[in-house]
Ligand binder design. Structure first.
Ligand SMILES: Cc1ncc(COP(=O)(O)O)c(C=O)c1O
Length: 379
């Protein structure tokens, strides 16, 4: 089956009791049992919910994984996944990972005895030099948020495979439509479903997709034991979102390329970060790994005052955190998504005060460009 066919049908058999073509929102906390110890496979909604399980089958199929488990947010998904590890384990992480992920690792999980090293994952040699006997996981975000560095997934996959280390990819930015990390050696894939998978900025959720039977079983156990589950209504919204993932991603990509070229030629813009531009340092790798470049772009305006001027003067682009919705969102990573990353580290990663990030939506691209142009003229 092709990607869109899977997106529309995987996990979504017509409802057995009514024939409804859309999976219903099973808004229930419990299920009546026929007799003591005799039930229909559903006992309690933290453990099993048909709407959530339909979404989980759908997302496992789209990423080509064995199983998926959905959570109340992307962070809840990552937090639960990290419980595959134990005190003393070492994890190598992409150096400019999402600020919330860094906060969870640095301010929460470190205190439980997990040990993190942050390296530039665009070069597998950096991962190799950071390896220790206690390394149990490599966590890669691709492309990184917000400077769009593309990790050497293939090289890292070769290193982890040989050593039995779990390779995790946060595939939130690309979605499985453009990048399927499992095909490049990932053992686990995580997403904030809040972004492209849902696609309409009206739900918060997350997913862990597994490839090993023992990981699938353990994540299922942890999902029930710790209980950070996604709601039936959010499951329904994301299932509705994935049905149009392919058409939305094609449009995000088309608009993204147009906006990146416009910014690249604009006299007020100092630098553009977009893997689809030929001068991007990992452009060739991005072309090999992905079937599109998506709608995430960052650009350098030169100063906080210039960035503020752009953000204050856009009219169509909405100043907001988050990404991956049908509407264009614009943000200031240094004070918004990456405020929890220490200032010196931000400077090292290129997350300057003049950096602006755009999640290019699927509006008419001429309108997005006109809006950005008018705001840039005021710088
Ligand atoms: C790449 C990435 N991973 C994870 C998350 C966390 O997801 P959530 O906000 O759904 O908890 C985000 C949120 O922006 C993100 O951008």
């Amino acid at each position: 089956m092709g990607f869109s066919t899977k997106a529309i049908h995987a996990g979504q058999e017509p409802d057995p009791s009514t024939g409804a073509v859309t999976v219903p929102i099973y808004q229930t906390s419990t299920y009546v049992q026929d007799a003591l110890g005799k039930h229909k496979g559903y006992e309690y909604a933290r453990t099993q919910n048909p709407t959530r399980m339909a979404l989980e089958k759908n997302l496992a199929a789209l990423e080509g994984g064995l199983a998926a488990h959905c959570f109340a947010s992307g962070m809840a998904a990552i937090d639960t996944m990290m419980k595959l590890l134990k005190t003393g384990d070492h994890i190598i992480v992409s150096s400019n990972t999402y600020g919330g992920t860094f906060r969870l690792f640095d301010k929460v999980l470190k205190a439980f005895g997990l040990d993190f090293s942050y390296v530039d994952t665009t070069d597998a040699a950096n991962v190799q030099s950071a390896l220790r006997p206690s390394t149990q996981m490599v966590f890669v975000e691709i492309p990184t948020n917000p400077v769009m560095a593309v990790a050497d997934l293939e090289g890292i996959g070769n290193l982890t495979k040989d050593r039995g280390i779990r390779l995790v990819v946060d595939n939130t930015f690309m979605s499985p439509y453009f990048l399927r990390p499992i095909e490049w050696g990932a053992d686990l894939v995580v997403h904030s479903t809040t972004k492209y998978l849902n696609g309409h900025s009206d739900s918060v959720g997350g997913v862990v997709i597994t490839t090993r039977a023992e990981d699938a079983e353990r994540i299922g156990f942890l999902q029930n034991a710790a209980g950070a589950i996604i709601s039936p209504f959010d499951s329904f919204l994301i299932l509705r979102g994935t049905k149009t993932l392919a058409v939305r991603m094609r449009q995000h990509d088309e608009n993204g390329r147009r906006v990146a070229s416009f910014l690249d030629e604009h006299p007020k813009v100092k630098k553009v970060y977009y893997p689809g531009l030929p001068q991007h340092p990992q452009h060739t790798r991005a072309k090999r790994l992905m079937t599109g470049f998506g709608g995430m772009i960052a650009f350098e305006t030169g100063s906080l005052a210039a960035a503020r001027s752009v953000l204050d003067n856009v009219r169509l682009c909405a100043l907001a955190e988050s990404l991956g919705g049908v509407e264009t969102l614009i943000s200031h990573p240094a004070t918004m998504t990456h405020a929890s990353v220490p200032a010196e580290q931000r400077a090292r990663l290129g997350i300057t005060d003049g950096l602006v990030r755009i999640s290019v939506g699927i509006e008419d691209v001429e309108d997005i460009i006109t809006d950005l142009d008018a705001a840039l003229q005021k710088v």
